[in-house]
Structures are given as C-alpha cells and as structure tokens.
Design a protein. Sequence first.
Lengths: 349, 349
Amino acid sequence: MKKYMIANIPGDGIGKEVVPAATKVLEAISDIHGGIRFDFNEFPWSCEYYVEHGKMMPEDGLEILKNYHAIFLGAVGNIQLVPDHISLWGLLIKFRREFEQVINYRPAKVLPGVKSKIVNPKDFDLIVVRENSEGEYSEVGGRIFRGEDEIAIQNSIFSRRGTERVMRFAFELADKRKKHVTSATKSNGIFHSMPFWDEVFKDVSRDYSGIETDSQHIDALAAFFVTNPERFDVIVASNLFGDVLSDLGAAIMGSVGVAPAANINVNGEYPSMFEPVHGSAPDIIGKNIANPIGQIWTAKLMLDHFGEEELGSLLLDVIEKTTNKGILTPDIGGKHTTSEVTEEIIQGL
Amino acid sequence: MKKYMIANIPGDGIGKEVVPAATKVLEAISDIHGGIRFDFNEFPWSCEYYVEHGKMMPEDGLEILKNYHAIFLGAVGNIQLVPDHISLWGLLIKFRREFEQVINYRPAKVLPGVKSKIVNPKDFDLIVVRENSEGEYSEVGGRIFRGEDEIAIQNSIFSRRGTERVMRFAFELADKRKKHVTSATKSNGIFHSMPFWDEVFKDVSRDYSGIETDSQHIDALAAFFVTNPERFDVIVASNLFGDVLSDLGAAIMGSVGVAPAANINVNGEYPSMFEPVHGSAPDIIGKNIANPIGQIWTAKLMLDHFGEEELGSLLLDVIEKTTNKGILTPDIGGKHTTSEVTEEIIQGL
Ligand SMILES: CC(C)[C@H](C(=O)O)[C@@H](O)C(=O)O
Ligand SMILES: CC(C)[C@H](C(=O)O)[C@@H](O)C(=O)O
C-alpha cells in the first residue's frame, strides 16, 4: 500500500469549491483501486487568513509543508481583502521559489464535447513548459522620486542555470511527443534578457539533434495560437510569457476552468505543487458553477508525478467521457453544477 | 492645397511590397480628391542597408526625417542578416524614442467578409492603446558572470509621467467611444512596476468620472480576448502587454496582415510614424500574396492624424467594401494577390 501525504490549500474564492471536489475524486480513486492511499491535511492559508493574522501563512508554514509529498492548491487572491502582489508573493509564489518548483508544466488540448473557442482547433494539443522561479517575476527593483517625477524600476533576472534547466525539461518532454520545441522569445524588443534566452536555446538545442526547433516572438506566438495552433507541440517560455500563453491556451480549450498545471521540484528535495491555471474567480463564488475539471485534471498530473501514471490516464479518460456526455458547467456551455460534474466523474471511476 | 511630406521606409521583407501598394492608394486619393498632395521620399534603411553600411541608417538619419510630416514604415527585421535586437533598436524602436512617439494606437475589429478566427467575434471592436517609449523595452541591464553562472538582467522602467500620459490618451479616446477603459496589469506577479501601474490607473481614472474602468491581469485579459471580446472598448497597456494584445487582436481579426497601427508624437514636435502591426514575414516574400490591408488601413490612420478624417473614413469604407466583395489575400481565406487587392481598393476610390 503506497501512501501519499497531501497538503490541501484551497486558498481563496472558488479554490474552496474545486479543491474539495477534486479531493473527493482522489479519495474515490483510492477506494476503488486498492494499492494507494492519500492522507489529506487541509490548511486555511488565504487572504482571509491574512486579515486575521497579518500574513498569508504562519511563520513555520514552509517547515510544516516540507513533510508532505505534494501541495494541492486551489487559487490565491482576493483584492477586496489583500493587494494581489502581497497575497501571491506570500503564498503561491513563495512556495514556487522556496520549494524550488522551477518548472511549471501546463498541457492544453480541447476535450471531447467541449467546443473550442477558435474556429480551427484541429490539432490544438500542446504543452506550455514555463520557467517558474525567476525571470520577470522578481522582487528586485523599487521606486525613486516622488509626485510627477516618480519612476518604478522592475528587474527581470534570468540565470543560465534556470534557463537551461527549463529548456532541457522541454526537450525531454518533446522527445516523448511530437519532437518539436518552440521557444517563446521577444529578442526584438527586450534588449538584454531575450537575446540571452535565444543564445541559451541555441546552445541547449545542440544536445537534442532529434528534436526540431522553432523560435517565435511572443506577440506572433500568441497570434499563432489562434490562427495556426497545429504549429505547436512543446513550447518553452519564460515565467511571464508562459503565464500568458497558458491562459490563452486555456481559453482556446473553451475555458480557463478546465486547464491543469503542475509546479515541479525537479530534484525531489521539496514537495511539488499542483494548482490549476485558473484564479479565484470572485464573480462566481458560492453558485456551485465553478468548473472542477481544471482542479481534477491537475490531480491527474499529481498522480503522474507520483509515478501512478495508470491511474492518471484512467482519470483523464473519465474526465473526457464526462465532457463527451455533455456533463458540463456553464463556462463551457453546459448547465451542470460543480457537484454534478464531480459526481459524474466519481461514478465514471 | 495641403501638402504632406512623407518619408517612406519600406524596410525589410514584405514591407517592400505593401508600402508601395499603400503609397499607390494614397496617390490615388490625392488624384481624385483635389485638396491634398503627398510628397513621398523613399529611404532604403533596412537590414540590407546594415549589411552594406554597418548601421541601420546614416548618422544624420534622424535629422533628415525631422523635416517630414510623417514616417510611413513597412516592417523591420531579417534575422538572416542582422540580429533582431540590433535591427529594431537601430530603426523602429529608435524612431519611437527619439521622436517621442509615446503612444501606439491599434484599432482591432473584424472586417466584413473576413471570417474571424474565434467562434464568438460579436462586438470584437476595440482599440489597444500601448505605451510606446519605456516600460519593458529598455536598454538598461546587462550580464554578469560567465559560463554556467551567467546571469542576464533586464530593467523595465516605468515613469509616472509616461504612464499617466498613455492612460489619459486612453480615457480621452474612450470618451469618444463606448466609455470603457480596461487596464492591462499583472500586479499579482510583477512586483514593483505593475502595482505602480495600478496606482497610476486609479489616480488618473478619478479625473474621468464618466468612464467605466476595469483592471485585468494580462493572462486573464488575453484569455478574455478569445472567450469574451464583448467586454472591451479601449484597453490601455504597457509596451510589452500592448504588443502582445495587439497581435492577438490582429489574429482574432483573421490575420495579422490586416491590422493597422500608429505611433503618435503627442506634442507635434517630431513626425509621427505609421507602420502596421505585422512583421517582415520572410516566409512569403516575393510571392505577391502579402496582405496590403494592414498597411493601407495604417495609411487611413495617417490621414486621420493629418486631420483628414473624411478621407480616412472614405478609405476605410473602401477597404470594407473590398473585403466584403471577397477580394482577399490567402491569409484571410482568399485567392487574390497583393496587386489585385490594391487595384480593387484604388478602383473603389
Ligand atoms: C518589431 C518589434 C520590435 C515591434 C514591437 O515589439 O514593438 C513589433 O512587434 C510591433 O508591435 O510594432
Ligand atoms: C496568480 C498569479 C501570480 C499566477 C502567476 O502569474 O503565475 C497565476 O496567474 C498562474 O498562472 O499560476
């Protein structure tokens, strides 16, 4: 019997609706398929927690989480209570960095029965591999002067180590797929970091002669997502570019509510974190209409990460059967509730 | 008789095909409608020029251009000859900065007869107002260490002056349209510059009580372009975010080949510059299939800028009649050549 300790952090907004849903699904999997058990512990760290305690989690939060095999997170952010940069840097982004979850891995393809939002979704089946620990997301910088003359400075920091690492991950992944890697760049406009990015991409690609490569500026790349999605297999992108592309990919899938993501610690020293692409969606809280599929598909990525690929495949199969049957929440054109979709998936197992 | 001196810079790739096409259209306008004349002078500044002269334009290039009412530019970039950051910073971006073209203004809507690439293009009719002189596009930064330890640092610089200026432009524009401004932010991930951006947006919006505002993170915003385009009227964005959104908008319009843009010097001290959203498109050079509409629609923005709004409207009318008739280049689903589309527009005038 394999046992996995999982730290559930529903966080804010619909995170509190979809994490319990996906947890039920995981429990059903362990009930049905004997060899695996999950020990879930829930932590209330969130913007509400901040209001009460003046911080997003307790001082020893990271210490506590180190003992878990994985973090299963919903969504973070509630600008009514806490400015976004405070809440995110105090929780989600902190985990990514402190636990060296240097890769963010985001598959995107159109599920059966869900109408893609683009006219030509044929072969829209790709993975965005996003650098997850540095780049444009940095606390380095600040402000000078006051009043009219004020200036804000933001530093992006790209290391060769981090850039190579995410690119190698992308190439290895492409090797198991259609053997094609596209690099998201902007070396025509971003003067220092992106020409550096291109150089490293060229260097790394030399080690993978069997993989075809392409390099596209982020503006053109975003446009091609809509006009020529068949161009892509694996896309490797910086922190910010990966963020934008994966949301765009989710939209093309029909709704950001279906898109999964994994934050991977590559050396196994700290827990990896599993949280879907969507945010806390304050506009639909409490209506039982949040799409649970993003979180449930994210649970599949967690199973894969544990080496339970068979169960992972089974789960994605059941998700696809569910959407194919038309059991859909409103964001993807259906009339079903969060609970109904979840129940259907559990039955399907 | 009003006379406008125009500096034509076809630049690279299909720029050399669409600038002559749009120039013919402007000449036809002046032939037919007596009161206006254009004096075009062409400059060969481009990547080929670089190969010959070791720079993108002569030392006194800026001096020369100062005498013109406007710059009419095609596209810049040919990585076979010159790295992108060298060619762009030596020409296009240099003009934007040295001539204080601080606003980049990019309308996007689906033309009649052109199939949008998204399923739900209803009311896709918006304008991206992009900060065009600072932000993420900066030469500040560099590299340290060597080999494995190498680090690249890129500074984004946001001034209150520049940020306010672009926002005010957006609010003024929205006042003449649907009275709605969306701010493109990423204050949950970009720690210094984007919370600053949000603050300035809040401050500026106080002066425009008649305008509704909204603020969306760039990832969600890009997704909404595809899933909920009806949310938008005017969008104000930083240099990089505006770049990505306008290309994405162009893709939704059917092809990046139809999208127009204007780089505006707001105080009239230096020439403004008119160049479409698309790039030099090396893959289709010499085939006479480049879509001239982006460049011709850009000529319309130039007419508007000269105060010739009537002629500007006439030109857009004729463009719309042409697409509506099905006279389209291959990128938007037609079989016509660059010359045929151009000819049809000239006839239409
Ligand atoms: C060519 C490039 C530097 C430019 C930009 O990024 O500004 C282009 O994409 C544009 O949008 O005009
Ligand atoms: C909430 C936010 C900080 C986060 C990010 O930008 O990384 C989110 O958009 C994501 O993609 O996980």
